[in-house]
Design a protein around this ligand. Structure first.
Ligand SMILES: [Cu+2]
Length: 152
């Protein structure tokens, strides 16, 4: 025979798990929510093997990484300290993945699809830079498909 205690603790567990599930679902949706009024929008396009950054959908910069000096030329992801940056990410050829490891930013760059993500730039002094690394194996020079988020 089932005791009333067995029924009670089973029900208590069900209620607790339902609460955790509901709370987690709400948090997951909030994590994906985009800010209503970001400081800047940047279109990020992954190419074999460089990142292209477009500001206001008009000024585009191809960021070329030099592994011998660990620097980029031609452009970077520029943002002022504390800015809320919305990135609209896509791929031009194969699947790439846009990743700023220090800031926990990671989103796939998929041809024919636009992925949206927003993050807050740290309040770091101008000139600070954060590594950007492609994290989806995308061919021969995947390892040096890098750029920088540069604080302006
Ligand atoms: Cu890549």
């Amino acid at each position: 025979m089932v005791s009333k205690w067995e029924i009670a603790w089973t029900l208590a567990t069900v209620v607790m798990l339902a609460g955790v599930a509901a709370y987690s679902t709400i948090l997951l949706y909030q994590l994906d929510a985009l800010p209503a009024d970001p400081t800047e929008y940047v279109e990020v396009i992954g190419h074999q093997w460089y990142w292209e950054f477009c500001y206001q959908n008009t000024s585009c910069y191809n960021s070329s990484y030099d592994a011998t000096t660990n620097t980029v030329s031609g452009g970077a992801l520029w943002a002022p300290p504390g800015a809320v940056v919305q990135i609209n990410v896509t791929g031009a050829d194969v699947i790439h993945s846009f990743n700023i490891p220090q800031l926990g930013v990671r989103i796939d760059a998929i041809p024919g699809r636009m992925n949206y993500f927003a993050f807050t730039v740290p309040n770091a002094p101008a000139g600070t830079s954060y590594l950007i690394q492609c994290t989806e194996f995308c061919g021969e020079f995947h390892g040096t498909m890098r750029s920088f988020l540069e604080i302006t």
